[in-house]
Ligand binder design. Structure first.
Ligand code: SF4
Length: 311
């Protein structure tokens, strides 16, 4: 992959108290290590938020063409972390975006999470790059409730290539999820946004990949959300080009959610969307749910489970 420019800035704070969607889902803070995301997905809602996401004009005008790291993030975290925080990382960039492989910011962030553990730390990613930090993540998971919410946006990699060409393939992501679970880490499959797909196949794929509730969300549409973050124009143009505009129409999306819900329920798993869906990431999990991990993973994380059982 072509290396996109990486810039540096100094931030005043690194943990932001959350409001709206994330607050409703039960989080207290968000952590965004960089401004702009070198995955540059066609549908990304972040650049549509403009200054509300703390972006500069050049970020939303050149979304995905470079990124700016908050170079003092680890030092800030050291000061700002508290044991009662429920942190979502990140609502405004993928923490394992391609630039991370050069910047190596996440190991320094995870080190602080390890030393000053919050109550919950959720990583939202779609990146196989997260595998680089598996050993660190295992160590962090011994100190805090670490959950990895892994984005799977469609069952069809041809569709993925059209909407998110810089992201890793769906099979590679599924392999990454399997490797994370094999390492004893707690992984959720998040179907957000839901790109054109075959719902039955997508349901089977995400249910087979994980043991947790499935989280989802369709593309943002103005008919349901007149203001705030929405789908980037680039994705709407793609839908029009392929004569598939219904995927960004409220009525069609409602039916799609019902079908996905039905298919996922048939497979014995729950499915939820919006803040309710993302609240699965903040809810306390039962010991039974933890034991549903792969046998090898259960063995490798048995110390943590035994410790949980004592509480
Ligand atoms: S990975 Fe996430 S934050 Fe980055 S461009 Fe894609 S949707 Fe936006």
């Amino acid at each position: 992959m072509r290396l996109l420019p990486i810039e540096q800035t100094t931030a005043r704070r690194i943990l932001s108290p959350v409001s709206g969607f994330l607050k409703e889902a039960g989080f207290t803070h968000s952590l965004t290590p960089a401004r702009n995301c070198t995955y540059g997905c066609s549908y990304c809602y972040v650049p549509t938020m403009r200054i509300r996401a703390g972006l500069k004009a050049q970020d939303w005008q050149h979304w995905g063409e470079y990124t700016t790291y908050k170079k003092n993030a680890p030092e800030l975290l050291k000061r700002e972390l508290r044991p009662d925080q429920l942190i979502y990382c990140s609502p405004l960039t993928d923490p394992y975006q391609p630039a991370e492989m050069n910047e190596e910011m996440m190991p320094r962030i995870l080190e602080q999470i390890y030393i000053h553990p919050p109550k919950l730390f959720v990583l939202q990613t779609r990146s196989v790059n997260v595998l680089r930090d598996v050993h660190l993540l295992q160590a962090v998971a011994e100190h805090t409730d670490l959950r990895i919410s892994f984005s799977i946006t469609t069952d069809d990699d041809r569709i993925r290539k059209i909407f998110e060409p810089r992201c890793e393939s769906i099979p590679d992501r599924l392999r990454a999820i399997a490797a994370l679970r094999e390492a004893g880490l707690n992984v959720y499959a998040t179907v957000a946004p839901i790109l054109p797909c075959e719902p039955k196949l997508l349901a089977r794929l995400v249910v087979d990949a994980t043991v947790n509730a499935i989280i989802g969300d369709p593309l943002h549409v103005r008919a349901l959300k007149p203001r705030g973050a929405t789908t980037r124009e680039a994705a709407l143009k793609i839908l029009d080009h392929y004569e598939q505009p219904q995927w960004a129409e409220a009525e069609f999306q409602q039916r799609l959610l019902e079908v996905l819900d039905h298919e996922i329920s048939e497979l014995g798993r729950s499915f939820a969307t919006g803040p309710k869906g993302f609240s699965c990431l903040t809810q306390t999990q039962s010991l039974a749910a933890l034991e549903l991990r792969t046998p090898k993973a259960v063995k490798s994380s048995s110390r943590s489970i035994r410790r949980l059982a004592k509480h």
